[in-house]
Ligand binder design. Sequence first.
Ligand SMILES: Cc1cc2nc3c(=O)[nH]c(=O)nc-3n(C[C@H](O)[C@H](O)[C@H](O)COP(=O)(O)OP(=O)(O)OC[C@H]3O[C@@H](n4cnc5c(N)ncnc54)[C@H](O)[C@@H]3O)c2cc1C
Length: 395
Amino acid sequence: MAELDTFREEVRTWLEANCPAAMRTPMGGDDDVCWGGRRFPWQSDDQKLWLQRMAAQGWTVPEWPREYGGAGLSRAQAKVLQQEMARLGCRIPLTSLGIIMLAPALFKFASEEQKREHLPKIARGEIRWCQGYSEPGAGSDLAGLQTTAVDRGDHFLVNGAKIWTSYANLADWIFCLVRTDPKAPKRDGISFLLFDMATPGVSTRPIKLISGASPFCQTFFDDVKVPRGNLVGELNKGWTVAKYLLQHERNMAASVGRGGGGRKQTLEELAKQALGEDNGRLADPVLRHRLARFQVREQAFSLTMQRVGDEMKAGADPGPASSLLKYYGAEVNKERHELRLELGGMDQLGWEGEVFDEGRAARSWLRSKANSIEGGTSEIQLNIIAKRVLGLPDA
Ligand SMILES: Cc1cc2nc3c(=O)[nH]c(=O)nc-3n(C[C@H](O)[C@H](O)[C@H](O)COP(=O)(O)OP(=O)(O)OC[C@H]3O[C@@H](n4cnc5c(N)ncnc54)[C@H](O)[C@@H]3O)c2cc1C
């Protein structure tokens, strides 16, 4: 305990000395999220400095072993770091599909050489990753994917197309599912490949969404040469890697909207401002009831996520229960945005202009609708829960 107190003192002193003032303010919007990578459009020198300093400490991935870019902290120490960052209002220095999705799969399935090559670059935010899973004919039925990789001895020749690849146009590398044995039953002929998006033959075309943003792309592979050493796990056994990664993706997706760095205005603040107070309580009893019910659900969900997070850090695999979290997390986040719109009224519908915060509320509301599609749709999660958690027979 005394050791942990000393550690807390050290962390506090370090953060106070090293976290730039601008990185202790709430995030203004998606542009403030730091994704790192070779082409990241840095918002400020402070944003870059904060990432560099945290990465040098190993604190972007505090519990990873030091040889892979972490700090080798215990679970208790990592919690102290998290608490002290929250106390000072420090922004999360790096958000990364590499950390949340790919790294758990690399730790479990990659060779030592692959771990040493990729994990430290992920930890330092040097390489930004994207996920090449979905195809026009393979979303929920992911194992039906058609992108091929032909074995040419020292390399694979990849041809095909992916869709809905988030930030493919900004990513440096892709983790990609490819078909390496077209004759095998569909789940047995898939392999898991890593490759550089700058390889000749890779191209991307951004897709514009209802919210006005273009966060994802169609991604094309035209005779892309991928070195054989970039195969993770065994040839034709990529489905096992893919499924394991998906469980981590679903846990991550479950936590949408719980991001750090604080929000500009909480739902409660917005409600007080919009509805006024009556004897210290929100004036509108119906919305007051809905807000309270939402806050209880959100709190219960947040505590469950924390518990599952602790279990995973202690070595437990997320398993099919990650589908429960993914499903419920999507519902909670959609309800949060519905409430924000209802509480704020017409003002929340503004689409452009400073007075409407450039349409942040309305655009985020529209974006939240995708929560029950990305990472596997809600219907698919309910199928998994029915079969693998509740043990119900096929319909
Ligand atoms: C914001 C966002 C980001 C994404 N990012 C990525 C990414 O980075 N990389 C990537 O590879 N993919 C990404 N995706 C794609 C995502 O994984 C797929 O959209 C998702 O798996 C659904 O596939 P689909 O769109 O082909 O829909 P379909 O599979 O065609 O489903 C259409 C509808 O049918 C329902 N349905 C299908 N099968 C069943 C069934 N067996 N039982 C009941 N209902 C069923 C679905 O629930 C859905 O409502 C992203 C999607 C979104 C929305």
